[in-house]
Design a protein around this ligand. Sequence first.
Ligand SMILES: [Fe+2]
Length: 391
Amino acid sequence: METNPTAQILVVDDEASVREALCAILEPEYRVSTAATGPDALAALERHPVDLATIDLNLPGMRGDVLLERVRREHPATEVVVITGEGTLESATHGIRHGIRDYLVKPFDVAAVRESVARALSTHTRQRLRIRLWQVLEDVVDRERDLPALMKSLDAELFANGLAPQSANSDTHDPSDPVAAVLRSLAELIEREDPYMAGHARRVAHYAKLLGERLDLDAETVERLRTAAFIHDIGKIGISPALLSRPGALDPAERARVERHPELGARLARELGLDDEIVTSIRDHHEWWHGGGYPSGARGEKIHRFARIIHLADAYDAITRNASRPYRTMPAPQAVAAELTRLAGVQFDPALVKAFLPLVSTPAKSRREGRKTTTPPRQRGPRKTYGGARP
Ligand SMILES: [Fe+2]
């Protein structure tokens, strides 16, 4: 894993020998300072913010778990790796609840320390970059700055941080187009925050393309559809990764923030000069066929066809992707088909579901499922839906 020689690390441990050992491991690659107590560590952070702190849980005076909480609260930009002599399930759980990046038990392994710190700093760099990218993009939107110059600087920044697009095997239509390249990088950046999301944009683009071809759209239109599908969640760049990947229900304010992403994305796409069809489809990709989606609650054919296709492709990926998580089993193709059929005419355009099912089902199954969609079922009660739309 690559390291960042400008990263600053604070080692907090009451034992001089441990501080010395950690300095010996980390100093060749980072700038390292030390503190022996909690109050000393907090004072040092006030004077010089750092990128990462290693914290011993068993400190005299202010306990390590209290220090950990204060560092996360008062210096949220500082990553924390806990290195402790007394590893317990309770202390690990406490640390995870307070957002630590890793938890190592003494006696520590040199390679494990190096790897853990490098991994935590890599996440840190991506999150900082993500915030900075959004600030730059907002700046451009608000002040009409020079777009080509901005794209060049974003590209350089993405490349410098190992996030440049892989143009050699690009899946978007024009690798030489700097706007498309940057947007593709942003889409991939969003995915990197959640390992289960890896490849989501690419898969949604692929399903949308299959469906576009099935509907006999011309090649140029299919390419525009594929681009729109690839970047449909681009507005999530403005939303905290912690919020996006949080399991369980969101409170109303959090939900409102997440539901802004189609409009944020559309605004970005418009300012970046993408055509109206792409802009509209990004804005509408959470609208529902029967209304009740967001942001506007548009219904039926008032929703752009690209957006209806992307919504279906996105939901299909959500169903199959969620099912592939380690603690669940992959649903049978007929169960996936039944789920999409259940929501045809409610969440999805029924004609699109009918066209899509044969593409993702076994031939024998698809013929049977295809006939089922001729009479779209009505939704009964608050059953599960996909894509975060309002029930
Ligand atoms: Fe979305």
